[in-house]
Design a protein around this ligand. Structure first.
Ligand code: PXP
Length: 252
C-alpha cells in the first residue's frame, strides 16, 4: 500500500523531442512521433513532454495538435516566453506549460530561466496562460532567489534544472555532485514551503536518477534524451519501464 502511494506521488513525464530529431534527420515521417507518444503512455508515462523550439529543430507546430489529439495523459509543452509561443499555447491549451530559456546556438536548454531579473514581464506573460487553465511551470536553477521569484510571478510549479548535478555524476565529481544535491534539496524544500509544486529534469539516466527521485518534495521528473537513446538498445517501452522501476526504488 505504501509503495502504491509512493509510486503515484512521483510522476514520469517522457520527453519525446528526440524522436522528432531522428525523424527530421531524414525529412520524412519516420520514426512516427504519435506512435512514440502512445507507446510511452502504454509503458506507464504519466505525461508527455515536448519542446516547441523557436527554430523547430525537432518538434514542429503540427506535432503539438497531433500528439494532444492522440494521447489521454497530460501534455506538457515546453516553450520560450515569447509572444509567438503564447499564441500557440493559447490556441492549443495543453494541460501544462513549462517556460524555459532558449538560445538558438545551444544544443539543449543549458541554464535555468532568469525569473528574478524579469519578474514584471513574466507575471504579465503567465497570467493569460493560467486564466486559460494551464498549469504553468518555470524551469529554473536550484537557486533560492529564483524559487522565490517563481512564486512571486504566479507560477504554480518550478522544474529544477538538474543538469549540473547530472554533469557532476558523469564526471565522477562526488563533492561537486553532493554540493549540487544539497542545493536541489533546499530549493525543493523552499519551493514547497512557498506553495509551489516541484518537478525536476535534465540529463537524468538510470545511474543518476535515484538521488533526485528520493527528494521527497519532487512530484514529477521529465526525462527525454537518455530514454530515446536507450530505446535504440532495448526499445522505448523497456527503457521507460526500467526508469519507472528506478524511480520507485528510490522512493521506498
Ligand atoms: N525538462 C526541461 C525543462 C527540458 O528543457 C529538458 C530538455 O529538453 C528536459 C526536462 C529533459 O532533459 P533530457 O532530455 O536531458 O532528459
Amino acid at each position: 500500500m505504501a509503495l502504491a502511494m509512493q509510486e503515484q506521488e512521483l510522476r514520469l513525464g517522457v520527453n519525446i523531442d528526440h524522436v522528432a530529431t531522428l525523424r527530421n534527420a531524414r525529412g520524412g515521417s519516420d520514426p512516427d512521433l504519435v506512435r512514440a507518444a502512445l507507446l510511452a503512455q502504454g509503458a506507464g508515462a504519466d505525461g508527455i513532454t515536448i519542446h516547441l523550439r523557436e527554430d523547430r529543430r525537432h518538434i514542429r507546430d503540427a506535432d503539438l495538435g497531433a500528439v494532444m489529439r492522440a494521447i489521454r495523459i497530460p501534455l506538457n509543452l515546453e516553450m520560450a516566453a515569447t509572444e509567438e509561443m503564447r499564441r500557440i499555447a493559447l490556441a492549443h491549451r495543453p494541460h501544462a506549460i513549462c517556460l524555459v530559456p532558449e538560445r538558438r546556438e545551444e544544443r539543449t536548454t543549458e541554464g535555468g530561466l532568469e525569473v528574478a531579473g524579469d519578474a514584471a514581464r513574466l507575471r504579465d506573460y503567465i497570467a493569460p496562460l493560467r486564466d486559460a487553465g494551464a498549469r504553468v511551470s518555470l524551469f529554473i536553477a536550484p537557486d533560492e532567489a529564483q524559487v522565490e521569484a517563481a512564486a512571486h510571478v504566479g507560477a504554480q510549479v518550478v522544474e529544477l534544472h538538474v543538469g549540473a548535478y547530472s554533469e557532476h555524476c558523469a564526471a565522477n565529481a562526488a563533492e561537486r555532485r553532493d554540493a549540487e544535491l544539497r542545493r536541489l534539496f533546499s530549493a525543493a524544500a523552499l519551493g514547497k514551503e512557498l506553495g509551489l509544486e516541484i518537478h525536476a529534469g535534465h540529463g537524468l539516466n538510470f545511474e543518476n536518477v535515484g538521488p533526485i527521485a528520493a527528494i521527497p518534495e519532487i512530484l514529477e521528473l521529465n526525462i527525454g534524451h537518455f530514454l530515446i537513446g536507450e530505446a535504440v538498445f532495448v526499445g522505448l517501452e523497456a527503457a521507460i519501464r526500467e526508469m519507472r522501476r528506478q524511480m520507485n526504488l528510490a522512493r521506498l
